[in-house]
Design a protein around this ligand. Sequence first.
Ligand SMILES: Cc1cc2nc3c(=O)[nH]c(=O)nc-3n(C[C@H](O)[C@H](O)[C@H](O)COP(=O)(O)O)c2cc1C
Length: 149
Amino acid sequence: MATLKIIAGTVYGNAQHVAEQVEEHLASKGVDVELESDPSVDDFTGADAILVITSTTGQGDIPPNLEFVFSDLKDDAPSLEGKPFAVAALGDSSYGESFCGAGKQFHALLSELQGNPVADMLEVDAIETLEPEKDVVEWVGGISDKLVG
Ligand SMILES: Cc1cc2nc3c(=O)[nH]c(=O)nc-3n(C[C@H](O)[C@H](O)[C@H](O)COP(=O)(O)O)c2cc1C
């Protein structure tokens, strides 16, 4: 079965927690899933499918644990042609224009590298939900067949 790599970008642990819940949920459904919080470019190129779950920091910025791999992906520009991917972004709409900025940057970059987006980016607003893991697990349940089917 195809391996789904979950890439978690987090500052304070929310997105990490969400990613762990998603991993648990998918594993219980028999999906071959690996969670990575310190990824390299190889994690992206070697995966059969990619799920990025990331918060946003600063003003629309990528969390420090994904900063290096983001710039390495930009510099190396490996082909992810046809590779299914999806992005779930945790953010806070009170940040206005920079709402979910890190997720948007990842979605744009993986698209540029010719990945295949199986869904629109999910935006999870901290103002609207106290349980982001619920929203993300439910959303992933609806697209997991497209990621690893
Ligand atoms: C210093 C700081 C800056 C933030 N900047 C943004 C931002 O620019 N855009 C956004 O949508 N959310 C922003 N947020 C909200 C976080 O992305 C949100 O609270 C998220 O749930 C944090 O998840 P984490 O614990 O995985 O980092 C910011 C939060 C903090 C504390």
